[in-house]
Ligand binder design. Structure first.
Ligand SMILES: Cc1cc2nc3c(=O)[nH]c(=O)nc-3n(C[C@H](O)[C@H](O)[C@H](O)COP(=O)(O)O)c2cc1C
Length: 199
């Protein structure tokens, strides 16, 4: 599928048909999300994948009753990993594993330390959430490229989700990406004219 077809055919699905997406497709989707870009390549996201009906049903009241949650095959809960040390440890280990020379790794780690020091706690959390939104972009376009439907969602209660999913406090549920096979009809694509967005 060409990227322009993915962009034009993807839409915010409101209802799925309940059919299960095979695990290998979900794994392929995770790969597409894993390669999303992030500032200094910190990849400050963690993703919880839920495919059991009971948990999805428990999350519906914390999702303003939106039926994507109960009807999707798999629900991806994209979380912001706000624990800077944890993020650093993971990235450092991954650079080591990839054989990146120590000098380069130390330089990258130093840049990240410097960036983090220059930010308030709230600014750090904001930057982590921005990274999660980029991962969300890969998720929804990636899903379409694999023949799946999805919906980007922030209409949910993060505290409720954290409670139901028993998440540690440094992981903030930031965006949802239910995936599956659509059981609705897309609305016509309406967008601002080019002249309205170009300055
Ligand atoms: C950050 C974000 C949050 C969104 N939250 C929801 C949501 O909670 N529920 C929903 O049905 N759609 C949600 N949407 C989907 C948008 O309404 C949709 O993308 C927009 O209307 C354009 O339609 P399209 O995606 O079908 O082209 C969200 C989209 C984004 C990017």
């Amino acid at each position: 599928m060409e990227f322009k077809d993915i962009v034009m055919q993807r839409y915010a699905t409101k209802k799925f048909d309940g059919n299960k997406v095979p695990d290998n497709k979900i794994n392929e989707l995770v790969e597409l999300i894993r390669y999303a870009p992030s500032g200094l390549n910190l990849q400050p996201w963690r993703i919880k994948i839920i495919d059991d009906q009971k948990t999805k049903d428990e999350l519906v009241p914390f999702s303003f009753g939106q039926q994507q949650i109960a009807t999707c095959s798999h629900l991806l809960v994209l979380c912001a990993n706000t624990d800077f040390n944890d993020v650093m440890n993971r990235v450092s280990a991954s650079l080591k594993e990839a054989g990146v020379p120590d000098e380069m790794r130390n330089m990258l780690m130093g840049m990240a330390e410097g960036m983090n020091k220059s930010m308030s706690g709230q600014e750090w959390i904001g930057s982590v959430k921005a990274a999660v939104y980029l991962a969300l972009g890969n998720a929804v376009n990636g899903a379409k490229s694999l023949g799946l439907d999805s919906c980007p969602m922030t209409g949910f209660n993060p505290e409720g989700y954290a409670r139901v999913l028993n998440l540690p406090s440094h992981l903030i549920p930031t965006a949802l990406c239910p995936v599956g096979y659509a059981a609705d009809t897309p609305m016509p694509k309406v967008r601002l004219r080019k002249e309205e967005i170009l300055i």
